[in-house]
Design a protein. Sequence first.
Length: 420
Amino acid sequence: MYLMTATRNGVSAKELERQLGVSYKCAWRMGHKIRELMDKLGMNEPLEGHVEIDESYVGDKKRGGKRRRTVRATACMGSVPKQDTKALCVGCTRPTENSATYSGDCLCDRCVAVLWAAQALLDNGYGDEQKIAPTVVFGALSGEEPLLEEFRESLATAGWKSERGKEIRRRFGQTFEPYSVWAVADGVPIVHQDLIRVAGQHEHGTEEIEKIIIDIADISAAPEQVAEEYKTMLSLLGLNDHFSEEAEIGWQIAAGVIHMMVWPKLMDPDMSAIKHYLTKPNVREPSFPPSDLVGEVYSVLRGSKAKGKFRGYGRSVLPGNLTNKPEGKTLVPACVAWYLAGCQKPAHHEVKLRIVELLNRHLLAPCGMEEISDGGSDFIQLWGNVSKRAEHLERIEQGVLGILRRSTFVSNFFSPPENR
């Protein structure tokens, strides 16, 4: 058996006769019987599934002089199919329970969910960065998190205008703020990230609005937009933004958000100024600072590249950019490539080629888009976009997972009854 498997081109009966010291007839019969046995065991068929291959050297070295050193060791190799193991995803290479194939490739549930969400975005013409990244991330997590899978399936079956559909969207928005459901396309929830969120906070134990809270989540949010959202909220709350003799605007900077707080009065006022203020006749009710002022404060916090201007915090903490916004046809493949590569940028060129092949076969070709070439300028652009968007995608995913881990949800949280 060893002689039959240790040689690359097989072994003849004459060689068996010499090696084993038997007659030619015996050697021929032994070789014939061994080949028959291999055929019955299916050893002449290609191995299937995941195959383990290893090689070694058999034999000793014959040591001689420096000029006559020879080696008698024989190289041999063995290969066996790996049994009782989970299949590996051809994209992210993670073990998967899913034994079925996706258009001929074994993909895990997460990669399939990502491709499904990406196709819905491209087929329905979504090119807004605030919809693409959250939709892909929530799509990926719905392939792993039971709660998000329940949300996706419940929303797909509920009518958009039905009370049940409205309740599902309301619960989602309250749970995963600042994300909301924009639409449902091909059974995929299109999730939108609000760039600016403005809310009023009541003073403890009263109906009076203590402060206005403003969260800006993307550097592309313009100061004029912030001012308009702030003014709209004041109007909804029945407040005014007339001339105010005192007010306070504070801020907190965190990864992914500029958090602003606006008070209609100083939080640590000068007591002598208060006494003087109270003695004045016809004192008007304190009002919040004007919207233009709030917009200007945000503009300073966001920063400027102009010489002599405050650099601000926007470019260091907020995602997005002020110029050269990516189109959907370049941003969607980059988000998908990041997930297919196991949520990282591959270091090896062969891995990048494999991911591009999957992108072409399962996303770009089905959507009627031009495929990415191997090593061309579009290939370089794809992986450049992956590097630029990786941190933003990871931040969204970690934020959503943090909410899921910290919160306790009742059974069927995203499956409310129809009458509610």
